[in-house]
Write a protein that binds this ligand. Structure first.
Ligand SMILES: C[S@@+](CC[C@H](N)C(=O)[O-])C[C@H]1O[C@@H](n2cnc3c(N)ncnc32)[C@H](O)[C@@H]1O
Length: 157
């Protein structure tokens, strides 16, 4: 079994049963007027801080995010974009895609500006992204590429 298979299993379990302590570290969530991160997204915050600064999100950039987790960062990015399909989220774990889909519906209830269809969820592998070249303005990940061994890391960039 390769480390990528183990990764798949770990995140499948974490999608089915939120695991608050799964990530190595925690970081404050973005505090922005009118942005309310649902509790379930915070419990499924399997990243360790954003790799994106809010100042890079001006002028409605089309965003690609790899490794959706509970969807918290995609909600944060949608805050700046607010367009149907403005943020694309890729994950290889069906259960994680499904969990984040539910979390976006929950986010609609507490964020009147947000619609689930601001986020397009796609199944795919970071090592073979299902996205055409030159179709996004900002690409991001959080706490995913640091699990890749050297050869896979080269492929992922
Ligand atoms: C460390 S979590 C980060 C989650 C999210 N960025 C956050 O801030 O909560 C890694 C995520 O990447 C997904 N993942 C792991 N390996 C992947 C791969 N090779 N391709 C696509 N997604 C992957 C997992 O299912 C999980 O949702």
């Amino acid at each position: 079994m390769s480390y990528l298979d183990t990764t798949y299993d770990v995140y499948k379990d974490a999608a089915l049963t939120p695991d608050v302590g799964l990530c190595c570290t925690t970081n404050p969530i973005w505090e922005l007027p009118g942005l309310k991160i649902p509790k379930i997204m915070q419990e499924m915050n399997y990243g360790c801080g954003s790799t994106v600064h809010a100042r890079d999100l001006s002028n409605n950039p089309k965003m690609l995010y790899v490794g959706v987790g509970g969807g918290m960062e995609l909600l944060q990015f949608s805050y700046f974009n607010r367009e149907k399909g403005g943020v694309i989220g890729i994950d290889m774990v069906d259960e994680m895609l499904e969990a984040s889909r539910k979390n976006f519906v929950e986010a609609e209830a507490t964020n009147p500006w947000f619609k689930s269809d601001f986020v397009t969820l796609k199944k795919g592998d970071a090592l073979n992204l299902p996205v055409e070249d030159n179709t996004v303005d900002v690409a991001a990940q959080n706490c995913l590429f640091n699990i890749f061994k050297a050869e896979d890391l080269k492929k992922s960039y």
